[in-house]
Write a protein that binds this ligand. Structure first.
Ligand SMILES: Cc1cn([C@H]2C[C@H](O)[C@@H](COP(=O)(O)OP(=O)(O)OP(=O)(O)O)O2)c(=O)[nH]c1=O
Length: 204
């Protein structure tokens, strides 16, 4: 049985395109970057910690029957500009700070993946980097966008799959990766754990 170690509705929706049945087991971890930690190292570490934290929660939960050899999948998305890691905005001021940094230029969106099967001591990771170019965004637009509620739970303070798309002039890379789960790479890695997306879906 596959467990998605995430509270993100986007990741749930994206994973369900590949796998018909999985459980959700969000794990709360400390998402503070280490001093001097490179963005790629950071997002990979986050995904590993989320997957491992979910596996611990699962082991400690005695209230349900346990599946044999469970597999945990976790991901982390950060927006990276000038080597700075942008997470989720804590306030309007924070969102303004981020979107002003992103306005009228390109940035990277890094999404990591970790798939972990503790019983087989198998752990794989990957980091998928995409480039996103924003048009110039005015301060009034940033405030109006904040009021839409969309930026709050999103890295870099925008959602490409929503209203945030009006700022996006071009992308290069993985659209699903920017939204939170890179589907091409996820399908490839899941195969190593015996999960084949098309086969799984054709049993529907
Ligand atoms: C850049 C961008 C990010 N995002 C989202 C994806 C992630 O949900 C979120 C980044 O935060 P994350 O910390 O990666 O994930 P999360 O806290 O939402 O969920 P969990 O840790 O439980 O898996 O930003 C979008 O939805 N659209 C976008 O265009």
């Amino acid at each position: 049985m596959l467990f998605l170690a995430s509270a993100s509705p986007r990741r749930k929706e994206l994973l369900s395109l590949l796998v018909p049945e999985f459980n959700i087991l969000p794990a709360d971890i400390d998402e503070t970057p280490h001093v001097g930690e490179a963005p790629k190292e950071y997002v990979i570490r986050m995904a590993i910690e989320k997957a491992k934290a979910a596996s611990l929660l699962y082991r400690q939960d005695t209230s349900t029957d346990h599946f044999s050899a469970p597999i945990f999948i976790a991901s982390d998305t950060s927006v990276v500009v000038d080597d700075c890691i942008l997470g989720k905005p804590e306030s309007l001021a924070h969102s303004q700070e981020m979107l002003r940094l992103l306005s009228g230029r390109s940035h990277f969106v890094m999404t990591s993946l970790c798939i972990y099967q503790p019983d087989k001591n198998q752990l794989v990771t990957e980091c998928v980097t995409s480039e996103v170019t924003f048009r110039l965004i005015s301060n009034v637009e940033i405030e109006q966008y904040w009021r839409s509620g969309e930026p709050r739970d999103k890295a870099g303070s925008y959602g490409i799959q929503g209203l945030g798309s009006i700022f996006v002039q071009a992308i290069s890379g993985s659209y699903s990766g920017i939204v939170g789960l890179p589907l091409f790479e996820t399908a490839q890695l899941l195969k190593q754990f015996g999960i084949h997306s098309l086969e799984e879906m054709s049993h529907e």
